[in-house]
Design a protein around this ligand. Structure first.
Ligand code: RET
Length: 238
C-alpha cells in the first residue's frame, strides 16, 4: 500500500494516541474491582473503544494509516486508518447505548448495519478519484447517518420507557451527546480535505477529528461508566 509521511498535523495524531491510551487505562482502572457480570459488560465494551482508537492514532501518527489519492490533478492526503477505527468503535458505542436502554436485538442489528454501511460508503468516498463521485458517496453516507439517528431516537424512546427514571435520563444524555457529536463528522469531512474544497486545511481538520473522537469515545465512556448505581438498575430491571 502506498504510504506517505505525515506533515505538521502529526502533533494532533500524537495527542490523540496519548489521549486514547490514557482513556483506556482510566476505564481499565475504574473497572478493575467491578465484579457484577452485567456491569462488566459495559466495561468490556467501553475499554475496547479507546483501545482500538489508540492503535489507529498510532498508525496514523507514524504514517502507516496515511495514503495519497489523486483527485482531478491534485494530491490529497487521506488518513484511511480512521475508517478502520470507526468501523469497529462506532458499532461498540451504539451497542453500549442500546444495552443501556435494553433495546431489542433487532434494533441493535439495524443500528449496527446502518452504521457499518455509513462508514464503508464514507471510506469509498474518501478514496474515490472524481470530485463529483466523492460528493455522491458523502451524500449516501450522510443519509445513512440521518436514518440511523432517526432509528436510534425512535427505538431508544420505546425501549427506555420500560426503564427506571435514572436509566432513562442517562440514556437521554448519552443519546443527545451522540447525536450532536456524530453530526459534526460529515461537516468536517465535506469542509475539509476530503470534500476537495479544502475550506478547512488538513492541519485543522486533523485537530477537529481528534477532539471529536476523544469526546465521542472517552467523554461518552466517562459519562456512561461514572454512573455505577444507574448501571446496576439496568441489570436488575426485567
Ligand atoms: C464520514 C464520511 C462522510 C459522511 C459521514 C461520515 C460519518 C462519520 C461518523 C463518524 C463517527 C465517528 C465516531 C468516532 C469515535 O468515537 C464517515 C465522515 C456521515 C458519524 C463517533
Amino acid at each position: 500500500m502506498l504510504q506517505a509521511t505525515p506533515g505538521s498535523e502529526s502533533i494532533w495524531l500524537w495527542i490523540g494516541t496519548i489521549g486514547m491510551t490514557l482513556g483506556m487505562l482510566y476505564f481499565i482502572a475504574r473497572g478493575w474491582g467491578v465484579t457484577d457480570k452485567e456491569q462488566q459488560r459495559f466495561y468490556v465494551l467501553t475499554i475496547f473503544i479507546p483501545a482500538t482508537a489508540a492503535v489507529s492514532y498510532f498508525a496514523m501518527a507514524t504514517g502507516f494509516g496515511l495514503t495519497e489519492i489523486d483527485v482531478a490533478g491534485e494530491t490529497l492526503s487521506i488518513y484511511w486508518a480512521r475508517y478502520a477505527d470507526w468501523l469497529i468503535t462506532t458499532p461498540l458505542l451504539l451497542i453500549d447505548l442500546a444495552l443501556l436502554a435494553q433495546a431489542s436485538r433487532n434494533t441493535i442489528y439495524t443500528l449496527v448495519g446502518l452504521d457499518v454501511l455509513m462508514i464503508v460508503t464514507g471510506l469509498i468516498g474518501a478514496l474515490a478519484q472524481t470530485p463529483a463521485i466523492r460528493i455522491v458517496w458523502w451524500g449516501v453516507s450522510t443519509a445513512l447517518l440521518v436514518f440511523l439517528l432517526y432509528v436510534l431516537v425512535q427505538s431508544l424512546n420505546e425501549a427506555a420507557s420500560r426503564q427506571t427514571e435514572s436509566v432513562r435520563s442517562l440514556t437521554t444524555t448519552l443519546r443527545n451527546m451522540l447525536i450532536v457529536l456524530w453530526l459534526a463528522y460529515p461537516v468536517v469531512w465535506i469542509l475539509g480535505t476530503e470534500g476537495t474544497i479544502e475550506f478547512i486545511p488538513l492541519y485543522v481538520e486533523t485537530a477537529a477529528f481528534m477532539v471529536l473522537d476523544l469526546t465521542a469515545k472517552v467523554g461518552f465512556g466517562y459519562v456512561l461508566l461514572r454512573s455505577h448505581n444507574v448501571l446496576d438498575e439496568v441489570a436488575h430491571v426485567d
